[in-house]
Design a protein around this ligand. Structure first.
Ligand SMILES: Nc1nc2c(c(=O)[nH]1)N[C@H]1C(S)=C(S)[C@@H](COP(=O)(O)OP(=O)(O)OC[C@H]3O[C@@H](n4cnc5c(=O)[nH]c(N)nc54)[C@H](O)[C@@H]3O)O[C@H]1N2
Ligand SMILES: Nc1nc2c(c(=O)[nH]1)N[C@H]1C(S)=C(S)[C@@H](COP(=O)(O)OP(=O)(O)OC[C@H]3O[C@@H](n4cnc5c(=O)[nH]c(N)nc54)[C@H](O)[C@@H]3O)O[C@H]1N2
Ligand code: SF4
Ligand SMILES: [Mo]
Length: 665
C-alpha cells in the first residue's frame, strides 16, 4: 500500500524544500511539497519533482564499471574496491598521498557528504580544491566588509519599503523568495531589478534597470556619489561603526556621474533616482551570484555592500546587504565529521584552475583523481582543458548515479544512491535557516551503494576502518553536537522533519562586526593595498583588453537552467534538450539573425553551436547560453569560459567572457 513520507530536497539550491514523497512497494511514485514546512509551505519546483524520475530512471548506473580497452565492463564491488584501494596504497608509498586529487563540488546538500573529507584525511591528506565556482568572490568580499556573510531571515523582507534585486534570477532559482516578493509587493513595497537580462523577476518589478554585465560596482559608486552630494548618508553609522570611509570618498571623487553612466550604460537620471530609493529606508538589497562571477566580482560585492552601509541600511529590519547566510552552515559541527587534524600532508589546487594545476603538478604529479558530487567536465570552466587534464592521469575514479561526461572518461565508475536511498539531513546556507531531515525509504537499484558505504569499504581495505565504524545516527548526532547543547536534537528533527536553527534574524543589528577592527570596513585593514575599494571593470572588456573586445564584441552569460539543477536533469527530460543560444535584440538585428537560425558562438578557448532565440529587452551586446548541457545534447558552454580567478582569488569568472557569433548552415 502506498505511503507518504516526509523528506527533503537534497539539491544545491537556495530553497532547501521540505518534501512529501509517495512510496509504493519500495518504489518512489510521486514527489510533492510538504505543506507543513515553515518556509517552503508545500510548493516545490520541477527539479524537485524530477527527483522521482531521477531515482527511477532506467539510465541509473547499476554496477561498478571498469574501462578495459576503451570499453566499460561490469565488475564486482570486491574487484573495484580492491583495485582502487591497492592503487591508493601504492600511490601513497611511491609518491605520497597528495598524488591523489579529490575533485568535487556540492551537488548534494546532505551533511554526511562531508565524510569524503574524513576518508581522505585518514588516508593521509590528498590534494583538495579551494575556492568556489559558485559564490566564492562574494563570500570573501563580505568577510572583508562585515567579517562574515550573513543574511536576514526570509520574513524580514516584508519590512522593506524598497527591495533591490541585484543580479539574482529569483523567479527561476529561488522560488520561495519570489513568493515573498509577490507578498511584499502586495503590501506596497517597491521592487527594482538590476540585471542585463529582462528575466522573469523583472516582469514583476516596479522598475527594471538594464546594465552592462560586470559593471554593477561602478553603478554602486554612482549612487554613493549622489547620496553624498545630497548629504543623505548615515553619518552616525559612518562615524561610529565603520572605518576607511575617507578612502571611499576619495574613490568616489575620482570619477564623474557622466563617466559612470557611459561605462555602465545606465542613464544618469536612473543613477540619481537610486540615491533617493536607498535613502528612503528601509531598503533591502538582494545580491545574486551571477553578478560576482567576474574578475572584479569581489570588488563589485564590496561596493554594493558599501552603498548599503553608507545609506544606513545595515543592521536594520527591512534592510541588509543580503547575499548568503553562513549562519546556517555554522550551526553544525562539520569538523567532527571531517577530522582534518588526522591528515599528515596536504596540498590545495584552485577549483577554477584545477585542470591547469593537474597538468602542471610536480612533486608529486597527480596519479589519481577521485570525483564525488560533481561533474567537472561540464561544470568547470575551460572544459577542453579539463578534459585534457582528467584524461592525463593514470586513474580516474568517478562516483555518480549516471553516466555523465565526466563518468564517461573514467577508469572506474562507482554507482551511488539518490537521497531517497540513504538517511541524511539537508540545509543550504543560501536563504532560509531551517534544516530538514531525509530518511531512507527505498533501496538503491542494482548494486548501487551510498557514498558512505564506499568510503567505509575503502577505509577497511586501507587499514583505517575503525573511524568508519559509527552508525549514521551517531554521525548525525556528531554533526548536531552544538545544537544539542542548545536543546535542538536529532530526535526532535526526525520527529518534526525540520528544525529552526538559532540565527540572528537581523544580522549586525548591534553593529558589532566580525572584522579585525570590530567595525564595518570600507577599507579592509589587514589586506594592505588590496583592502581598498577600486573602480575595477571586467577582465574581458574594452578597457582591460581592447584587442580582445574588438575580435569578440559580445558579453556571454551562462546562467542556471530553469528545469535542471546544473547538469543534473537534462537527460531526464521527456524530450531531448537542445542547446539554445539567446541573443539581445541588437545582435539579431545587426547580424540579421532570426529565431531558429543555427549559429556558432566562439572565442579563443572554444566554440559551441546551437539554435538562436532572441532575448527581449536584454542589455545590448549580450548573449546567454544556459549552463550544464551534456555533450550528447550539444556540449557544455564551459568550452568558452575562462578559468581565471576573481580579484580575491576565491571565486570564478564564468560570466567574464567575450565571444563572437555567426550563422552557420
Ligand atoms: N532552476 C535552477 N535553480 C537553481 C540552480 C539551477 O541550476 N537551476 N542552481 C542553484 C545554485 S547552485 C545557485 S549558485 C543559484 C544561483 O542563483 P542566481 O544567482 O539567481 O543565478 P545565476 O544563474 O547564477 O545568475 C542570476 C542572474 O545574474 C544575472 N547577471 C549576470 N551577470 C550580471 C551582472 O554583471 N550584473 C547583474 N546585475 N546581473 C548579472 C543574470 O542575468 C541572471 O539573471 O541558483 C540555485 N538555483
Ligand atoms: N558556465 C557556467 N558554469 C557553472 C555555473 C554557471 O553559472 N555557468 N555555475 C556554477 C555553480 S553555481 C555550481 S554550484 C557548479 C555546480 O557544479 P556540479 O556540482 O559539478 O554540478 P551538478 O550538475 O549539480 O552535479 C554534479 C554531479 O553530482 C552527481 N550527484 C548528485 N548527488 C550525488 C551524490 O549524492 N553523490 C555523488 N557521488 N554524486 C552525486 C550528479 O549526478 C551530477 O552528475 O557549477 C558551476 N558551473
Ligand atoms: S530544487 Fe530548490 S526549489 Fe526545487 S524542490 Fe529542490 S530545494 Fe525546492
Ligand atoms: Mo551554485
Amino acid at each position: 500500500m502506498a505511503e507518504v513520507i516526509k523528506s527533503a530536497c537534497p539539491l544545491n539550491c537556495w530553497d532547501s524544500c521540505g518534501l512529501l514523497v509517495t512510496v509504493d512497494n519500495n518504489k518512489v511514485v510521486k514527489v510533492e511539497g510538504d505543506p507543513s514546512h515553515p518556509i517552503t509551505k508545500g510548493k516545490i519546483c520541477g527539479r524537485g519533482r524530477m527527483l522521482e524520475t531521477r531515482t527511477n530512471s532506467p539510465e541509473r548506473i547499476l554496477y561498478p564499471l571498469k574501462k578495459v580497452n576503451g570499453e566499460f565492463k561490469q565488475i564486482s564491488w570486491e574487484q573495484a574496491l580492491d583495485e582502487i584501494s591497492h592503487k591508493m596504497m601504492e600511490i601513497k608509498e611511491q609518491h605520497g598521498s597528495t598524488a591523489v586529487l579529490h575533485s568535487h563540488d556540492y551537488s548534494n546538500n546532505g551533511i554526511l557528504k562531508n565524510l569524503d573529507q574524513r576518508f581522505f584525511n585518514m588516508y593521509g591528506g590528498v590534494t583538495e580544491l579551494y575556492g568556489s565556482l559558485c559564490w566564492g568572490a562574494g563570500i570573501e568580499a563580505q568577510k572583508w566588509d562585515f567579517g562574515d556573510a550573513y543574511g536576514h531571515e526570509p520574513e524580514d523582507v516584508l519590512e522593506s519599503k524598497n527591495i533591490i534585486i541585484w543580479g539574482r534570477n529569483v523567479a527561476r532559482t529561488n522560488m520561495h523568495f519570489y513568493e515573498k516578493l509577490l507578498e511584499a509587493k502586495k503590501n506596497g513595497a517597491k521592487i527594482y531589478v538590476i540585471d542585463p537580462m529582462f528575466n522573469a523577476t523583472a516582469k514583476i518589478a516596479d522598475e527594471y534597470i538594464s546594465i552592462k554585465p560586470g559593471m554593477d560596482g561602478l553603478l554602486a559608486v554612482g549612487i554613493i556619489k549622489e547620496i553624498l552630494r545630497l548629504g543623505m548618508e548615515d553619518r552616525n553609522f559612518i562615524l561610529h561603526h565603520s572605518q576607511g570611509f575617507e578612502d571611499l570618498e576619495n574613490l568616489v571623487d575620482g570619477i564623474s556621474l557622466e563617466e559612470i553612466s557611459e561605462m555602465t550604460e545606465v542613464p544618469i537620471e536612473i543613477i540619481r533616482s537610486f540615491a533617493n530609493i536607498y535613502a528612503d529606508k528601509p531598503t533591502s538589497t538582494f545580491m545574486g551570484l551571477g553578478l560576482q562571477r567576474y574578475k572584479n566580482g569581489g570588488n563589485t560585492i564590496r561596493l554594493i555592500d558599501a552603498l548599503v552601509a553608507v545609506s544606513g541600511n545595515i543592521g536594520i529590519s527591512g534592510g541588509g546587504a543580503n547575499y548568503a547566510n553562513l549562519q546556517v552552515g555554522q550551526s553544525f559541527d562539520v569538523a567532527n565529521l571531517t577530522m582534518s587534524d588526522r591528515r599528515s600532508s596536504h596540498r590545495q589546487f584552485s577549483i577554477m584552475r584545477q585542470a591547469e594545476e593537474v597538468l602542471a603538478a610536480v612533486d608529486p604529479i597527480i596519479e589519481m583523481i577521485i570525483v564525488t558530487c560533481g561533474n567537472p567536465l561540464t561544470q568547470v570552466p575551460d572544459s577542453t582543458l579539463v578534459e585534457k587534464a582528467f584524461s592525463s592521469v593514470s586513474t580516474l575514479v568517478v562516483i555518480d548515479q549516471f553516466m555523465t561526461d565526466t563518468a564517461a572518461l573514467a577508469d572506474y565508475v562507482l554507482p551511488t544512491g539518490t537521497s531517497f536511498e540513504e538517511e541524511d539531513i539537508y540545509y543550504s546556507s543560501m536563504y532560509h535557516h531551517y534544516v530538514n531531515y531525509g530518511p531512507k525509504f527505498v533501496s538503491a537499484p542494482g548494486e548501487a551503494k551510498s557514498d558512505l558505504w564506499i568510503w567505509t569499504q575503502l577505509a577497511q581495505r586501507l587499514g583505517f576502518g575503525d573511524v568508519f565504524n559509527s552508525s549514521r545516527e551517531q554521525l548525525l548526532n556528531l554533526s548536531l553536537q552544538s545544537l544539542a547543547e542548545k536543546g535542538k536534537t536529532l530526535v526532535e528533527l526526525k520527529e518534526r522533519g525540520t528544525l529552526e536553527l538559532p540565527v540572528k534574524y537581523v544580522p549586525w543589528h548591534d553593529f558589532k562586526f566580525k572584522t579585525a577592527s570590530g567595525k564595518y570596513e570600507f577599507t579592509t585593514m589587514d589586506k594592505g593595498e588590496e583592502g581598498k575599494l577600486t573602480l575595477a571593470v571586467p577582465e574581458e572588456s574594452k578597457w582591460n583588453n581592447p584587442e580582445l573586445a574588438e575580435n569578440y564584441p559580445y558579453s556571454l552569460l551562462t546562467i542556471h537552467p530553469l528545469r535542471s539543477n546544473h547538469s543534473q536533469n537534462y537527460h531526464l527530460y521527456s524530450k531531448a534538450p537542445q542547446l539554445k543560444i539567446e541573443v539581445s535584440e541588437d545582435i539579431a538585428a545587426s547580424k540579421n539573425l532570426k529565431t531558429g537560425d543555427y549559429v556558432r558562438v566562439w572565442n579563443d578557448r572554444g566554440e559551441v553551436k546551437g539554435q538562436l532565440s532572441i532575448l527581449p529587452k536584454a542589455h545590448p551586446n549580450t548573449i546567454n547560453i544556459d549552463e550544464g548541457i551534456w555533450k550528447k545534447f550539444g556540449g557544455s558552454v564551459n568550452a568558452l569560459t575562462s578559468s581565471r580567478e576573481s580579484d580575491n582569488g576565491l571565486g570564478s569568472t564564468l560570466y567574464d567572457c567575450l565571444v563572437n557569433i555567426e550563422k552557420i548552415n
